[in-house]
Design a protein around this ligand. Structure first.
Ligand SMILES: NC(=O)c1ccc[n+]([C@@H]2O[C@H](COP(=O)([O-])OP(=O)(O)OC[C@H]3O[C@@H](n4cnc5c(N)ncnc54)[C@H](O)[C@@H]3O)[C@@H](O)[C@H]2O)c1
Length: 342
């Protein structure tokens, strides 16, 4: 028996592989390396004690997926593989529906065919769109109404999972799934083995760290006139290692035929200005900050209500302070200013 991690060469997927290996699991990482890193797999192999197999393939490649599920007796899947840039999804929506929805459908069909029992899906708070103030902090019951193709490509997968599970249960199959709706994932492996390397980088903490490193000339704040205490947008930052403990807890808790959904954030928000100040404190470096216009579709405040995952899975984020999260990210970026290429 092994666990399949799709997108295992990416930022979050590679941390999942490391977390599962640390739990003594056998892992098959499947990634088409479209944006993932072979170097991440090579680093993971050094701690895998022979329990990691890498398959370079697309989740939409039916034959390879089928063979992989069968040959490795896959019982559980953590599905991270996706394109994940909101702006790109607006410019190339069909690329997102093809990759994140249609190819996920192939994966799901093959998983059901192979008798996979548990499926953990990387969903996103982007499926909630722009919740009104009455839904802040955001509970799982907040209406899902995404405002961009990325969010919709992910919500379609939640719908497919729900319908497929219901039909599988009716047919007496044990298929169960959990959708984990992440807020902003940040930080890196405290051992420094693997880290975050997106190109282009669009996530706030790495972008600000690039300014501290000097690989980016300045950072721009998009909007300082929001209805928040310092006028800048507020987001919930969850450390990648806490995120992975939640995945492992979700996998262990899932019973045959169940469907679950949890929001994954720490339950408090930090403003863009607070992130910039945290980076200055942690790195001790000054850098230029410029004012920019608001970006369309950027709600002022988004943070999770993590009560459900706390109560049902006993999950609590270990990294609660922004400085601690930023410090682990800084450790990685200082050693790898050019990502895995350095
Ligand atoms: N990073 C965040 O803050 C965040 C927030 C919410 C949700 N998510 C979700 O988490 C997941 C992982 O995000 P990440 O930040 O690690 O992204 P990432 O780009 O670092 O990793 C994604 C990996 O999937 C691979 N991949 C993409 N399409 C594939 C396909 N069709 N077949 C095989 N491999 C494919 C890529 O090569 C890459 O290695 C994504 O599903 C994303 O939507 C991320």
């Amino acid at each position: 028996m092994a666990i399949l991690v799709t997108g295992g060469a990416g930022y979050i997927g590679s941390h999942a592989v490391k977390g599962l290996l640390a739990e003594g699991e056998r892992v098959v990482a499947l990634d088409n390396l479209s944006v993932g890193h072979r170097e991440a797999i090579a680093a993971l192999e050094t701690v895998a004690e022979g329990r990691l197999t890498f398959v370079e393939a697309d989740i939409g490649d039916r034959d390879t997926v089928r063979r992989t599920l069968r040959d490795h007796k896959i019982d559980s899947i953590m599905h991270f593989a996706a394109l994940a840039q909101v702006g790109e999804s607006v410019d190339h929506p069909l690329r997102y529906y093809r990759n994140n929805t249609a190819s996920a459908l192939t994966l799901l069909e093959e998983a059901l065919d192979a008798g996979v029992a548990r499926f953990i899906f990387s969903s996103t708070c982007a499926t909630y769109g722009e919740p009104g103030p009455e839904f802040i902090p955001i509970p799982e019951t907040c209406p899902q109404s995404p405002i961009n193709p990325y969010g919709r490509s992910k919500l379609h997968v939640e719908h497919m999972l729900r319908d497929a599970r219901a039909a599988a249960t009716d047919a007496g199959k044990p298929f169960a799934f959990t959708a984990l709706r992440y807020f902003n994932v940040a930080g890196s492996d405290p051992d420094g083995l693997i880290g975050e390397d997106h190109n282009p980088e669009t996530h706030l903490i790495p972008v600000v760290l690039q300014a501290a490193l000097g690989t980016r000339k300045f950072i721009t704040i998009f909007g300082e006139d929001y209805d928040t205490p310092d006028g800048t947008c507020i987001r919930d930052y969850v450390h990648v290692c806490d995120l992975i403990s939640a995945h492992i807890a979700a996998l262990r808790a899932l019973k045959p035929g169940e469907q679950r959904a949890y929001n994954l954030g720490i339950g408090k928000g930090y403003s863009v200005r607070e992130v910039i100040e945290s980076v200055r404190r942690v790195t001790g470096v000054e850098f230029e900050v410029r004012k920019g216009e608001r970006r369309p579709g950027d709600p002022p405040t988004l943070f999770a209500n993590p009560a459900k995952i706390r109560e049902e899975l006993g999950w609590e984020a270990r990294f609660q302070s922004l400085d601690e999260i930023v410090a682990t990210a800084w450790n990685w970026f200082r050693e790898h200013p050019d990502g895995y290429r350095s």
